[in-house]
Write a protein that binds this ligand. Structure first.
Ligand code: ADP
Ligand code: MG
Length: 345
């Protein structure tokens, strides 16, 4: 028997109906939220330094809806902002979500997107306090603003690294990029033959890295518990090489990273090889891992050295060499502004 899938059009509800439908699924849990959705603006009462960040996600540029489930998209759209708040060593508390969608989307599709947003709001303990809703002639645009706070003594910027500070990376790198390659491949297979089932059973980890990343707020809380304040920090959204360049430039210091210390998951490694890609290049230049790159004083090493998910990849260096990579063979490769390409032609 054929199952009927319910579909309601957006214009059945109109803009205000849609906003009501969205807001009734959300509750405010933060004491700093004085007034949430429903008035001309939200009101917050935050005592520390306020941290604000915005990201825009554009269909066809940042995501492809043919393999990106809307619920995951809602979740990820929040996560990328949580990651930026984390990178300031701050704690997030509110978000606003602005959405432009064409009427090819049903009400159920919008519900699905907000289910993802809601689940991220619970996971990261933030309130949805506002946004804007518009129609679009073509494509989906999502803009999220996140608000958080950090006391003056805990603020961490890109610019604080000093000579000999240790470079640390959380988690593992390159997975999200490899996951994207798998999804693109299966899309092409499907377009060529819609009866083919996608072969992704053994690619769960990398596909998950692309579709359902997490921001490393867990690490921020652990660093606080251990009383470690990084000297500089940045989140890895564009690839490690590019973020290293930022740290180096803002801290006005060179740095050296050791190829053999780069954390790469087995599935990432094997799938990269399967795609004829160099795993090291993927770890350096693949984007969207949303891990943290930070520096610590040598004196703090003892407190972190046994941490299972923090890897020590190199150190800041005041010599004139600039930022670079020491390969397994011991040679020096200068990192380039556009990132570094292992097999550059
Ligand atoms: P205005 O015309 O003053 O911009 P809107 O009608 O756009 O007001 O919004 C009314 C309320 O609903 C505001 O609190 C706004 O922040 C909130 N809002 C609008 N769109 C969204 C959305 N997509 N998600 C969450 N809140 C929204
Ligand atoms: Mg508005």
């Amino acid at each position: 028997m054929e199952k009927k899938i319910e579909r309601n059009e957006l214009d059945e509800l109109g803009e205000f109906g849609l906003i009501d439908r969205i807001s009734k699924n959300f509750t405010n849990n933060q004491t700093s939220t004085i007034l949430g959705i429903g008035d001309d603006a939200a009101i917050l009462s935050i005592k520390d330094n306020i941290v604000v960040t915005t990201d825009i996600l554009t269909e066809g540029i940042h995501f492809d809806l043919s393999y990106f489930p809307l619920k995951h998209l809602g979740y990820k759209a929040v996560v990328v902002n949580m990651s930026d708040i984390a990178a300031m060593n701050a704690i997030p508390s509110q978000i606003t979500v602005s959405l432009a969608i064409s009427n090819r989307f049903s009400l159920q599709a919008v519900d699905e997107f907000y289910e993802g947003v809601k689940s991220a709001c619970s996971a990261y303990n933030v309130d949805l306090v506002g946004g804007d809703t518009s129609s679009s002639a073509a494509g989906v645009f999502i803009s999220i603003t996140a608000i958080g706070s950090v006391s003056k003594k805990n603020v961490v910027k890109r610019s604080g690294a000093k000579d000999k500070d240790i470079l640390c990376v959380t988690g593992d790198l390159g997975g999200a990029y490899i996951g994207l390659q798998v999804l693109e491949r299966e899309k092409q297979v499907f377009l060529a033959n819609p009866d083919m089932q996608p072969k992704m059973d053994d690619k769960e980890y990398v596909v998950g890295r692309q579709l359902k990343p997490e921001a490393r707020m867990d690490i921020i809380h652990e660093l606080r518990d251990l009383k470690v304040i990084p000297t500089s920090m940045i989140d890895i959204s564009d690839g490690l090489a590019s973020e290293l360049m930022h740290l180096s430039k803002h801290s006005k210091l060179g740095l050296r990273v050791f190829e053999e210390q780069l954390p790469i998951d087995n599935q990432t490694y094997e799938t990269a090889v399967e795609f004829n890609l160099d795993p090291i290049t993927c770890a350096l230049n693949g984007g969207e891992d949303y891990e943290l790159l930070f520096t610590i004083k040598q004196a703090d090493f003892e407190k972190l050295k046994k941490h299972a998910d923090i890897h020590f990849i190199g150190h800041m260096d005041k010599s004139d060499d600039g930022p670079g990579l020491v390969t397994k063979g011991g040679s020096w490769i200068a990192l380039e502004a556009q990132g570094w390409n292992h097999f550059k032609k």
